[in-house]
Write a protein that binds this ligand. Structure first.
Ligand code: HEM
Ligand code: HEM
Length: 414
């Protein structure tokens, strides 16, 4: 039987998978707020790729004509109609996307895959609404057409059994017959998988230590007492435009400190970690953009007492041989007051990962741009038992909660 060319087959499935990816990402874009910069860029880059692949596919269709239709009558006409509709979707979705970013109030530059600048189409601002609505609607139209298209393919395969499906599957391979359509699912799942985790709900979570500091609670009460402001903030969030800049990254300057203290039989043992690194991305005006990753070299812990320091790396405490580092990662933070923030993330210590909240404040001149600096200081209360820290005989008098404090200066990278 006549088949589609390899190139046409490749393009058919590649475009199908990328479209599924685009829809999965597209549906999430507007809810991402400041965290969305990179995903907007990716959505636009992949979208323009789909446009290029579709143009290539149309080119291939003229260069190597498609196999003759197998069916006439209304069924054949319906199949052709759906194909035309699918081409309209494959071209229309990227073009309306391109048009909507070209006519947005704030024109955000697009660098395709971070390399090739995408010019804005010379369209009147009035076209924005149509482009935006059309872009969202076309996705649904595309989904409906694909459903019809797949139903048609299944009808041929299962009812008519005329082998039409093999025209789009190389080598009559059953494995490929499963794998190629599965790529569409893979595209969609990949699109969902790369989305940042949903923001933690502002309601206090039970796992949080009971001794939350009073000032923070007051700050929350103040937040709650200003519902009008919150409503306004939410409203802007709901119609959030594409973020103009990626949130800035910060470099921790030498001289910072991460300290800890814990009660022990009425005394307090205090110490610090001398080796740690932090990767921090955060726009203080849009804390939801925060992306924080701290890695602590556990062997660098010291409480300033040679005997106790000798015990810390052992299995009773940090188990450094098996778990040389502890990490804290958090995506997103919330403002709890002026210059005060809270980030809920995950602490991995001694191989155990648990939710952990940290609180911090930023101070320093309100300068922006490269080399701006902020002083960061904060704290966390860590329940040591779940991490298996302090398990042995010599830990009998240790308090259950370890107070962590940190202070450092961060310098803006770009
Ligand atoms: C290739 C096919 C594409 C598909 C299937 C697609 C699909 C989608 C979908 C389903 C949404 C969510 C719409 C909504 O719920 O209202 C969306 C949003 C968006 N898309 Fe695309 N898209 C594609 C290409 C593009 C391209 C090429 C661009 C820009 C160059 C683009 C820019 C955007 C923007 C900025 C949004 C944010 C929502 C808005 O402001 O309305 N898209 N896309
Ligand atoms: C499980 C999913 C899919 C299956 C099983 C499938 C199967 C097929 C088959 C067997 C053909 C050849 C029809 C013939 O020889 O007359 C075909 C053609 C076509 N498919 Fe799909 N397809 C799928 C998904 C998609 C998707 C997601 C799109 C695009 C949005 C798409 C767009 C097209 C187009 C435009 C043609 C016509 C090609 C031409 O003749 O120019 N397909 N498909």
């Amino acid at each position: 039987m006549q088949r589609y060319s390899r190139t046409a087959i490749f393009l058919h499935w590649a475009i199908a998978a990328l479209l599924a990816f685009q829809i999965a990402v597209g549906w999430a874009l507007e809810d991402l707020g400041a965290r969305g910069f990179a995903l907007y860029q990716l959505h636009k880059s992949v979208g323009i790729t789909v446009l290029a692949l579709t143009l290539a596919r149309i080119g291939v269709r003229y260069w190597k004509p498609r196999p003759a239709k197998l069916e006439g009558g209304w069924q054949g006409a319906l199949a052709s109609g759906v194909h035309i509709g699918l081409y309209a979707f494959m071209l229309g979705a990227p073009l309306t996307g391109w048009a909507l970013v070209s006519t947005a109030k704030v024109k955000v530059p697009t660098l395709i895959f971070g390399v090739i600048p995408l010019p804005h189409l010379p369209l009147p601002a009035a076209a924005h609404g149509v482009a935006e609505n059309g872009h969202g609607l076309l996705a649904w139209l595309g989904i409906a057409l694909v459903a019809l298209h797949v139903a048609g393919a299944l009808r041929h395969h299962l009812l008519i059994r005329d082998g039409l499906i093999w025209r789009m599957v190389p080598g009559r391979s059953t494995a490929l017959l499963v794998a190629l359509p599965a790529l569409i699912l893979v595209g969609f799942v990949a699109g969902r998988a790369i989305l940042p985790a949903p923001q933690a709900t502002p309601a206090p979570i039970a796992a949080e230590p009971a001794d939350e500091t009073a000032p923070a609670n007051i700050a929350e009460a103040v937040n709650a007492a200003a519902p009008a402001d919150n409503a306004a903030a939410n409203a802007t969030q709901a119609t959030a435009d594409e973020p103009v800049d990626p949130p800035p990254a910060w470099t921790v300057q030498p001289g910072g400190r991460i300290g800890f203290s814990v009660g022990n039989d009425g005394e307090t043992i205090s110490g610090s970690f001398s080796k740690w690194t932090a990767n921090i991305v955060m726009d203080p005006d849009h804390p939801d953009s925060a992306d924080i990753a701290v890695t602590i070299d556990m062997a660098s812990a010291s409480v300033g007492d040679a005997y106790k320091d000798g015990m810390l790396p052992g299995d009773e405490f940090f188990g450094v041989a098996a778990h040389p580092t502890a990490t804290f990662v958090a995506k997103g933070a919330e403002a709890t007051g002026p210059n005060a923030y809270r980030a809920r993330g995950t602490l991995t210590l001694k191989g155990v990962s648990k939710p952990q909240t940290i609180r911090f404040t930023l101070s320093g001149k309100d300068e922006t741009g490269k080399d701006a600096t902020r002083k960061v200081s904060g704290s966390a209360t860590i329940a040591r038992a779940p991490f298996g820290v302090g398990t042995g005989d010599s830990s009998g008098g240790l308090g259950p909660q370890v107070a962590l404090t940190f202070a450092f200066t961060a310098k803006r990278q770009d």
